[in-house]
Design a protein around this ligand. Sequence first.
Ligand code: MIC
Ligand code: SF4
Length: 643
Amino acid sequence: MGMTIAQKLIKSHLVSGDMTAGHEVGLKIDQTLTQDATGTMAYLELEAMDIDRVKTELSVAYIDHNTLQTGFENADDHRFIQSVAKKRGVYFSRPGNGICHQVHLERFGKPGKTLIGSDSHTPTGGGIGMLAMGAGGLDVAVAMGGGTYYITMPKIVKVNLTGKLSPWVAAKDVILEVLRIMTVKGGVGKIIEYGGEGVSTLSVPERATITNMGAELGATTSVFPSDEVTKAFLKAQGREEDWIELKADEDAVYDEVIDIDLSALAPLAAQPHMPDRVKSVTEIGKIKVDQVCIGSCTNSSLLDMMKVAAILKGKTVCPSVSLSIAPGSKQVLNMIAQNGALSDMIDAGARILESACGPCIGMGQSPNSKGISLRTFNRNFEGRSGTADAGIYLVSPEVAAASALTGYLTDPRDLGEFPEITLPEEFIINDNMVAVPASPDEAKDVEVMYGPNIKPFPTSEPMTEDITAKAVLKVGDDITTDHIMPAGAKILPYRSNIPYLSQFCFGVCDKTFPERIKEEGKGIIIGGANYGQGSSREHAALVPLYLGVKAVITKSFARIHCANLINAGILPLNFVNPDDYDKITQGDELSLEGIKNAIINSAPAVLKNITTGESYELKYDLSERQKDIILAGGLLNYTKKSM
Ligand code: MIC
Ligand code: SF4
C-alpha cells in the first residue's frame, strides 16, 4: 500500500512503536528550535539534565517573543539563553533577527527532516515538507539531548486543493476555510496533509501560512509536498542542496479527505474570540475598525509585506485607525528597505515595529477599550491582545491593508486591480545575527549567566496512592493556555519565575483561583472539551503544579498541553460519560481512591464525589511510558531515574 507524506516522514524517523493510528510512536528528532518565552525553562531543564552538548543535527535558540525590555528581566533571560546556547552547541538567533518560524523556514528548515520546537506554531516548517511539531520545553530539551520524541500516531487527513486563488484571496483564507470546516477541535490526533493540483499554485510562504495556522486546528502538524516550488524557494535562499523531493504515493490511503476549490474562496475573517468563528468579510459587513496589525509568524513574509506595501502605496491610513506592521525577519525587513516597499508603508502612516512577535503575544499595541482590531495573526483568544474587552478579527494581509485605508472591515476586491507580486530569484542572505556556538573545547570556559529573576522550576513528587481534593475550579469548553497562564507584556518577563507567575493563573476566568487553591493547598480542575488548546507553554502545567493541582479531569484535551501535564506529573483524566461533567459543582470534595494502583494495573478509574455521594467512571489515555512518567511525578524525575 502506498504512503502519505506524513507516513513517509514518520517511517524514516521511527525509533519505537507501530504506525497504527492511536498508538504511541517514538521519533528521532533532527532539528529543534526554542524561543525566549519558553526557552528559559527549556534551557533550565537542559541544564538540570546535565547534557554537555546537544546531539541533534541542528538546534537554534531564537529571541523573538520577550523583546519589550521594560525592566532587566527579559534582557537577563536573553543573556542566559545566549550563554547556555554557546556552551551547549546551540545556534543563537539574536533579537532583531526575526520570528523563529519565519527565520527557520528561510535559513534552516530542510524537507524530509523532523523538527520540534517549544512553540505551537513550529508546524510552519511543514510548508517545505518537514515533519515539524510544537512541544513543551522539556520535550525539546530531551530531544536536544538526543532523546526520542513521542507522539500518538495520528490519522492523516488530506486537504485536496483544486483550482487557483482568485486575485485578493490569500493563503490565509485557505486556512480560515479549513478552520471553518474542521473547527479548533477538528485536528486533534490528526496530521493535515495538503495535496492536489492546487498545491503547485501556492508559493512556499503561502504554504507556510497554511501549515502555521494549522496549529489552531489542534492538529499534530500540517505538511505540504516538497516540489519544484520548494526547490526554487530554497535556491533563492542559497540552499538548493537542502532540497529533496517529497510526495505522497499515488495509491496513498487517507483517513479523511476534504476538498477545497481555491478558485471558489472569498476573503474571510475569524471573529472574536476563536480562530474557527469564520465568516466571509462581506457576510460580517462593514464594521468600524480601530486598529490593524500586520505581521506574526503567520503573515510576515516578504510576499505578505510586498502585497501590503503595494496596497498602501501613495495612500494614507484612515485617521481613526492605528496601523502597525512587523516584518517577520531581518531578511524581510532588509529586502523591503532596499526595494522601497518599506518607504511606501512609512509614507502611508504605518507604525513600523521590530521583527518580532510583538502585538501577537500582547507585547505592546493593546487596542483601546472595546477596540476592534484586525490582525493578520493566528489567535484571537479573549484577553490575548492585552485589552480584556477588545474584539480581535483574524484576516489576510490584503483585508488588513485595505481596511486600514478605509477604516472599516473591507473586502479588498473593492480596491480594483490586484498587485501581482512575484518572489525574487535571490533573497538577501546574511546570517550575521546568528551566533555560532563555541567549540567543545572553548565551551568549557563559557559561563552560564543567571539573572536574579530566574527561579528554580517547581519539583513534583511521585504519585500518591489516592488523590482527594476539591474541584477547585470548573471551566467550560475550549479553554486555551492563554486562559490558564496568560501572556502579555506585564506577565511574560516572569516566564522563568514560576512563583511570581502563579498569581496570574486562570486570571482570564477567575482572578480568585490562585488564592483559593493556595488556601486549600491542593485541588482538581474540571474542564470541558479541548482543554488546553493553543500554546505549547509548559507554564500552563508548571504553574498549576506549583499551586498544587493534582489532576485535571475534562471531556477532552489538546495534544501539547496534555503532554505538558504528564511531563509535569499532573494526571490528565477524561469522563467516560461527558454528561458527568454537569454533575460536578465547583467546590465539591472529590476523591480518586486507589488511583495509583488503577494506573499500574490499567484498571478503570473512578471519581467519587464525596459532596453528592455520586461516582463517575473516568478513562485515561496513557502509554506505558507515560504511566511511568506520571508515577515518577513527571518527566524530569523519570529521566533522572532512568539515567
Ligand atoms: C503563542 O503564540 O501563544 C506563543 C506565545 O508563541 C506560544 C508560546 C509561549 O507561550 O511562549 C505558543 O504558541 O506555543
Ligand atoms: Fe510569536 Fe505570535 Fe507566532 Fe506565537 S503566534 S510565535 S506569539 S508571532
